[in-house]
Design a protein. Structure first.
Length: 110
């Protein structure tokens, strides 16, 4: 039961972190001034054309949350437990990959 609640909380936390502006991009403009943007990991994924990672994260999180809710309401099928565990681990792995990709993304401004 604790694993199910933890899975729901983790997936919600992943969603919040992915949509929070945690990166600062700076670029020199043609008139000589430096412009600064605050971007979220989702914004950086969009700029780098890697949105499939975000969609994969959302899909895994939805399946994980749904199976966790099913398990909380008493469905004790072994297959549902395995799906919940696999999707929670998958969601965590994709979240880590997204954070690595967005940290190493350099966007060029023209």
């Amino acid at each position: 039961m604790l694993v199910n609640i933890l899975s729901i909380i983790l997936n919600i936390a992943y969603y919040v972190v992915l949509n929070t502006s945690i990166y600062t991009d700076k670029a020199m403009m043609s008139n000589g001034e430096v412009r600064e943007w605050h971007r979220s990991p989702v914004d950086r994924l969009n700029m780098a054309d890697n949105t499939f990672l975000y969609y994969l994260e959302i899909a895994l999180a939805i399946v994980s949350i749904i199976t966790s809710i099913l398990l909380l309401f008493g469905v004790s099928n072994n297959i549902v437990k395995k799906i919940q565990l696999i999707t929670t681990i998958g969601s965590t792995v994709v979240f880590i990959i997204i954070m690595f990709v967005t940290a190493n993304t350099n966007v060029k401004y023209s």
